[in-house]
Design a protein around this ligand. Structure first.
Ligand code: FES
Length: 285
């Protein structure tokens, strides 16, 4: 059993918890994930490590309430216990040797992007963060991103907070202004990552994307996180986000196929996917 030592609501649908799990905390790195079960009868769900405190032995998770298990988890309070908490799993995000990186986060994907930005910052890398949300009510982790960023931009689709627009807008402006990023690391909805890649491509900037949004059970068995990689020479290969990732070279990911297959697992309400796709397409013209 694993004790919840801290719980905080970040907005109406997103909750943060610190879980006492010293062995996981000892080894966890940015980009990795854990699998938990709320109770003995519960399903396993993968959640990305949003932070860790090796001294306190805690691992931070941030989750969106999107179904039965996350609803059940959200009912737990600090001091209560969850049944299983296994990890760290997956390959950590590569941060070594980077001098200047743009970290792009969208929605609850910012919870995964934050520890990456923090790790880069701690290693002395210059970090530009661009984070985007649908509206003001959904904004997460603003102060935390500011604290680890040399430059910080927040956008909302409707302009209710920060700058109006999608993340690719300031990203493109920064690149066109002459910012020389060693890499762009993008974590958020598939459509956002697809357009971040499209924005960076004319400038040849490497893009790493996290395919975390298509993971279901995180065990390599359900097949839900299968994705196709297409190399420059057209060679295709099949990978699994939970086994081979979650990070991949953004230029190789077949996002269109992933969106068709992953549509059921992303947390868009009816009609929302189309609206977001149109927004990004418009900004990228
Ligand atoms: Fe099920 Fe990867 S999440 S196979």
């Amino acid at each position: 059993m694993f004790r919840i030592v801290n719980k905080k609501k970040l907005n109406d649908t997103v909750t943060m918890m610190d879980i006492l799990a010293p062995l996981v905390a000892k080894k966890a790195e940015a980009g990795q994930f854990i699998i938990l079960r709320v109770d003995e009868e519960g399903e396993r769900i993968p959640l990305t490590v949003a932070g860790y405190d090796r001294t306190a032995g805690t691992v931070q998770i941030i989750f969106q309430i999107v179904g039965g298990t996350t609803m059940l988890l959200d009912k737990k309070e600090a001091g209560e216990f969850i049944e299983d908490f296994v990890g760290p799993l997956g390959v950590p995000t590569k941060t070594e040797g980077r001098k200047k990186v743009c970290v792009v986060g969208g929605g609850v994907g910012c919870a995964i992007a934050l520890p990456v930005a923090q790790k880069l910052h701690e290693a002395g890398c210059k970090v530009h963060s661009v984070i985007g949300f649908r509206n003001k009510d959904l904004v997460l982790l603003e102060e935390e991103f500011k604290a680890c960023s040399d430059k910080f931009t927040l956008v909302t689709d409707d302009g209710s907070y920060g700058r109006q627009g999608v993340v690719t807008l300031p990203l493109k402006e920064e690149i066109e202004r002459g910012e020389r990023f060693d890499e762009i690391i993008a974590i958020g909805p598939l459509v956002m990552m697809k357009y971040v890649v499209a924005t960076a491509k004319p400038y040849g900037i490497p893009v790493t994307v996290s395919m975390n949004p298509i993971m279901i059970d995180g065990t390599g068995m359900c097949g839900g996180c299968r994705l196709t990689l297409v190399k420059e020479d057209g060679t295709r290969s099949v990978k699994f986000a939970c086994v081979d990732g979650p990070d991949f070279n953004g230029y190789e990911v077949d996002f269109d196929e992933a969106m068709l297959r992953g549509g059921a697992y992303e947390t868009f309400e009816a009609g929302e996917r189309e609206r977001v796709c149109n927004l990004f397409a418009k900004e990228s013209r």
